[in-house]
Design a protein around this ligand. Structure first.
Ligand code: AMP
Ligand code: ZN
Length: 665
């Protein structure tokens, strides 16, 4: 088969699989097969840059970097919605509508109101042209390169679509994905995001589209707009948009009257917590487009639609006490212990208080009657205090000054919200927490050893750090509570097996602050072994791709501790992996050997990640910033002027994308 035909066939097939998976939630091949086909396409495209196409499925990983998002005027204004909070509000709205339209039967579409960031996407001849945020409703930001990475957004449409139209909807972060992102942040000692909506809208404005591609965002669409679309009703437009390949929520209803609208509302008010996304209400729209045109708009919102807002699920209960938890990295989290109360289908006993500032801002005091709400997070939060119910003898909360676990005076770094206990090697939850992190699934994955057992081992004086695990003997652990012959054997087997875990996971398991899974991989690939990493000076570390000063300093601090040095030398003796296992090499040539390249800007034939991979495949190294040691800068469009100036000042050779391709050819 001709290469061009082959590339096109693969693109078409992969687009269909993306659609099956992300829009229909119904994949027909395994992830593995998908990845293989994608890799095959990637290879063909790399070998034939003349067939480059920004619309190829390989481009979904992003790579384009936008410094300033261009402002774009919406072709049709993006209105807001009027709100209603009760049955009475809705009845009034119905009367207004009925009065303007005369005595005709009116049908309504009911849809859920998704809580995310609104987006307007333009399609021309079935191809995604541009995606713009709502902005002030008149004009928004062009975030096309970020939206392209969201896999439920079709790049090419199917079926019988209009030549030119906009489609509007909401970019949302499903709750499960949000929790996962937060879990990863907590694991490396960073502060979690506060809610899915802000995280979704923040994602749209990220400069690096490759970062956006990594987030589990979805795009739900509900409104087609344009001229001469040949669409008669809102309900019909949802069906059509679905046929063209868009992810249009199937939860919607055509209601013949207000009574049926109210049924939809009361059903979803009760059941919305079973949905994978956050919703904050129902949107009711006059179904007939013709009637919509007759009704028109106020200065701010359509007269033909109204939002019904669900009541935030809030309860009032008494705050019995505040306790303070100490995490693995020493961060202190205040927790509210509540008088148990029923909220959104569960009994709530605890709520998060975030940090000292939050407590002071709301002036939360023990014995207060507080309002508790459940948002996107699993743990509910306190949103206010019922001051009228405050006891007369109430006292202002004084935040703890010392660690509740070890008594050390707490510290708080400038610009950080959290207090810390700095007694890294003497504070029990920090000691046990580090071992718990070391054995966790993504690190050493030690079978037969759970968090509770670690605590038990520590409390019995058997371990103080992860190196001690390798000294455990069966006769030491058998006397422990609930430890049978078999579980003891399993534990020891699990510890033995961890000696085969590859270096990058060991590095992650060491629990260096800010060194998460991805950073550990970068460092392991760059330095190849622990000794090289331990000796690396700050200036060199920050030159490693994607390593910033904060991470670099944390690595330096870790390896400068004599306690850590000793632990690592012991781990080495036990046979834990501290050298990178050379993978099946993807090396193609050594034309870039000994050279450090910095990639900057936006490229047209390859993505940024592909260029970085190509640099490594040809023996070169990726650097993060331009210094006198940089051999070349590979510059795409929109490279920052300060970078350009720096390169020129240091006399670093600048390569265009084509120069680079020629160099490695
Ligand atoms: P508000 O921001 O409160 O004025 O509400 C208006 C916003 O609700 C719109 O800009 C949309 O982004 C969002 N929205 C969520 N779901 C829907 C829906 N099904 N129909 C219309 N708008 C929706
Ligand atoms: Zn402490």
């Amino acid at each position: 088969m001709e290469v061009k035909t082959q590339i096109e066939a693969l693109r078409k097939e992969l687009n269909q699989h993306n659609y099956n998976y992300y829009v229909l939630d119904n994949p027909t091949i395994s992830d593995f097969e998908f990845d293989q086909k994608l890799a095959e396409l990637g290879k063909l495209e790399a070998a034939h840059p003349e067939f480059f196409d920004i619309d190829s499925p390989t481009q979904r990983v992003g790579g384009a970097v936008t410094k300033n998002f261009e402002t774009v005027v919406h072709s049709h204004r993006m209105y807001s919605l009027d709100n209603s909070y009760s049955k009475e509000d809705l009845m009034e709205w119905e009367q207004r509508v009925q009065k303007m339209l005369g005595d005709v039967p009116i049908q309504y579409t009911c849809e859920l109101k998704y809580d995310g960031a609104s987006i307007s996407i333009t399609y021309e001849n079935g191809v995604l042209k541009r995606a713009v945020t709502r902005g002030d409703g008149i004009q928004g930001d062009d975030v096309t390169s970020n939206i392209r990475t969201i896999k439920s957004v079709p790049i090419r449409l199917k079926g019988d679509y209009p030549e030119l139209f906009d489609i509007r909807g909401e970019i949302v972060l499903p709750l499960a994905g949000f929790e996962k992102m937060n879990q990863e942040l907590i694991e490396i000692g960073e502060a979690p995001y506060s809610n899915p909506r802000n995280t979704a809208s923040g994602s749209l404005k990220l400069q690096d589209s490759a970062e956006v591609a990594k987030r589990p965002l979805e795009c739900l669409l509900y409104y087609v707009i344009g001229s001469d679309l040949g669409i008669e009703t809102q309900y019909e437009s949802l069906d059509k948009a679905r046929d063209w390949g868009f992810k249009v929520p199937t939860i919607s209803k055509l209601a013949k009257n207000m009574e049926e609208v109210l049924e939809f509302i009361s059903y979803w008010d009760e059941h919305r917590h079973t949905l994978p996304y956050e919703t904050d209400g129902v949107v009711i729209k006059v179904n007939s487009i013709h009637y919509q045109e007759e009704l028109g708009y106020t200065a701010k919102a359509p007269r033909w639609a109204i939002a019904y807002k669900f009541k935030a699920e809030q309860v009032e209960t008494v705050l019995n006490s505040i306790s303070y938890q100490v995490g693995r990295t020493g961060a202190i989290t205040p927790v509210a212990n509540l008088e148990p109360v029923q909220l959104a289908g569960t009994i709530v006993k605890r709520a998060s208080l975030h940090n000292a500032d939050q407590i002071a801002k709301l002036d939360i005091r023990v014995n207060d009657s507080v309002y508790v709400e459940k948002g996107g997070e699993i743990i509910p939060k306190i949103v206010g205090v019922n001051l009228e119910a405050r006891p007369a003898d109430s006292e202002r909360t004084i935040y703890i000054k010392e660690c509740p676990e070890c008594g050390t005076k707490l510290k708080r770094n400038e610009g950080e919200a959290q207090h810390y206990c700095s007694n890294v090697y003497g504070c029990p939850p920090q000691i046990a927490g580090r071992v718990q992190h070391y054995i966790s699934r993504k690190a050493m994955d030690i079978d037969g050893l759970g968090e509770e057992t670690v605590m038990l081992l520590y409390k019995s004086g058997l371990i103080e750090n992860y190196a001690d695990l390798y000294e455990l003997k069966k006769e030491d652990i058998l006397p422990l509570d609930r430890m049978a012959e078999k579980s003891a054997d399993n534990l020891l087997k699990g510890i033995e097996a961890s000696k085969a875990i590859p270096f990058e996971r060991v590095l992650y398991g060491l629990g260096i602050r800010y060194v998460g899974e991805t950073v550990a991989k970068k460092l392991a690939n760059h330095y190849k072994n622990i000794d090289a990493l331990a000796e690396a000076p700050l200036m060199e570390l920050i030159m490693v791709d994607e390593i910033g000063e904060r991470i670099a300093q944390s690595v330096i601090d870790f390896f400068s501790s004599s306690i850590n040095k000793e632990i690592i030398s012991r781990l080495k003796n036990y046979g834990v992996q501290f050298v990178l296992e050379e993978k099946e090499s993807t090396v193609v040539s050594n034309v870039l050997e000994g050279k450090t390249l910095v990639v900057s800007g936006v490229f047209s034939k390859m993505s940024r990640d592909e260029i970085k991979q190509a640099i490594e495949d040809h023996g070169g190294k990726n650097g993060s910033s331009i210094t006198s040691k940089t051999s070349y800068v590979v510059a795409g469009d929109k490279m920052g002027p300060s970078k350009l100036e720096k390169a020129n000042k240091l006399g670093v050779v600048i390569l265009s994308e084509d120069d680079f391709l020629a160099l490695i050819q």
